[in-house]
Design a protein around this ligand. Sequence first.
Ligand code: MSP
Length: 642
Amino acid sequence: MSKKNYITTPIYYVNDVPHIGNAYTTIIADCFSRYNKLMGVPSFFLTGTDEHATKVAAAAHSKGLDPKDFVDSLSASFRKVWQDLDIEYDDFIRTTEPRHKDVVQAIFKQLLDQGDIYKGTYKGWYCSPCETFFLESELVDGCCPNPECRRPVQLVEEENYYFRLSAYGDRLLAYIREHPDFLMPESRKNEVVGFIKQGLKDVSITRRNTGWGIPVPGDEGMVIYVWFDALINYISAAGYLSDADRFTSLWPADLQLMGKDIFVRFHSTFWPAMLMALNLELPKHLIGHGFWTIDGEKISKSKGNAVSPAQMAQELSEKSGASPEVSRDVVRYYLARETTFGVDGDFSFDTFYGRYNSDLANDLGNLLNRTLGMLSSYNDGKLPAPCQGELRKEICDAQTAYVRGMEAFAPNQALDAVWTMINAGNKFIQDKAPWQLKKEGRKEELGSVMFSALETIRAAAIMISPFMPNTSKEILKQLGLSGRPLLWDDIICSDPFENAGEVKAQPIFPRIGGKGQAKETKPEKQAPAAEEKKEEYISIEDFAKLDLRVGKILSAERIEGADKLYKLTVDLGSETRTICAGMAPFYEADYMVGKSIVVIANLQPRKIRGVVSHGMMLAGEDENGVKFLSPEAELAPGSKIR
Ligand code: MSP
């Protein structure tokens, strides 16, 4: 079985539903997994729930619930949140499942047998909210040293089993040195190295059995420490000790993501040491991302500042009128784009709505709406014939920078590349002025401009698909490309719109009225682009340039060799003019004589079929044919029309 690109998130404590802080890890992991699929790389994405924490049991008891019933319902609500954020995981592991418990117990037994686990007496300070033991010297004012916690700790003295972590310090340091991309970002890697160099202590990995947790095999009065239990999920779900083929196809993990709080001590020290003890390969990359904060404070349920992704999506949808599917995508987009992966990001609804308006309503939305609007006005909504797109260099440059960003685990850089291309598309339209090309009848050039803009939109839709899957589908649908497989290698191809269905424009990102403020209006209708509006509107000075006059037809006669034309003699008051008009299919010559008409008197004279026509008579057209314009009541020939 070929190796799949295996991506994991931490498994979440189920004491509450996710806020944007912990949803972040899963969203970014999903973007990487979808990116793999887009690149044709087989991917496997694991997430799940960490259910044996003592705080979980405490939360259940405080609600008068059985812990198992409690975790069943909370684990289900996690799945629901992921579903609502379009998270496409391949497996969801729960630490209360037998497939996990069996492996944890087997590993415990193996490490005990080989001497990596031993029994001893432990005396230490335990922080229950952090599920961590601390030395007396580590405490701050007698409390938990974690700056986010600082809660009271309990002195625990009991006979326990220990994992011989102290034996792995040198091997870990050597491994980190020899594998420069193992721990990222660099700043956090340095933290890990510093932590290991201080000297690693053996870790107590059991607790007294109070009825919740995985019992120690052969010593049922104890349960296995929740972190030892939880870290094993990454291999138990991958088939370790249960499905050799599955395990070969998945392990070692390619990308393990987590927040910075659980990066140094647990994922970069304890976890690789456990794998070394089991003689298993270490994951290729461990990345510790930053925190989402609000006004500089970490977002967390306990601080009461938690904002849920569902709340963000709903508020955006209500303010803008964007569909729920697109609004969910915007949450994903914002979290991926707003901050550099690895560093902290400060959340506010203002920056959220600001990014929506500028990147989505303005840049992407504008490119899509103006292009489809013009396609409908200039080409009856029909896709232009394929040609050598004029923005191909920009598309290829974006592809290169996008891949570079994703491969460097910098999703915001990948998105920057897409937006550079989108903005090049908008500028291209501005510079090429297709409305002008249309006016001047430069059909071929117009076709090429339309094709190039559409090809860029299609490329953008494919590139954003790992981040905004619903929006990507919607854009492709509007281009008549529903149901096509999304293929990276297909971004530039000879005929991207071959056999495309009907093009249907429908604004996706209605603008929000003011910065972070409610918008009263409904989504915009298919608005013509700003430049087109400029074309539609003329200034009063422009209008004043037209010399519109009332004329009276004195005679009308056919022009030889021209089926449609009459040569009219028109009284303009101070002079008599000859004007050619294509009225023959609609009016008898006799009928026209004596009629008052509206004439553009200062139009440059033009020779038509050998006759010099000096001026133009105005007419309108609907499905019943052509009618010439006439003053509602008698006006003297030569009267100015204003
Ligand atoms: N259960 C452990 C993980 C065990 S993995 C073997 C755990 N769970 S958690 O629910 O508390 O946190 C899950 C993830 O959410 C962690 O990666 C954590 O860093 C992340 N975040 C929690 N709050 C966060 C922010 N405010 N911002 C960004 N990520 C944060 O730890």
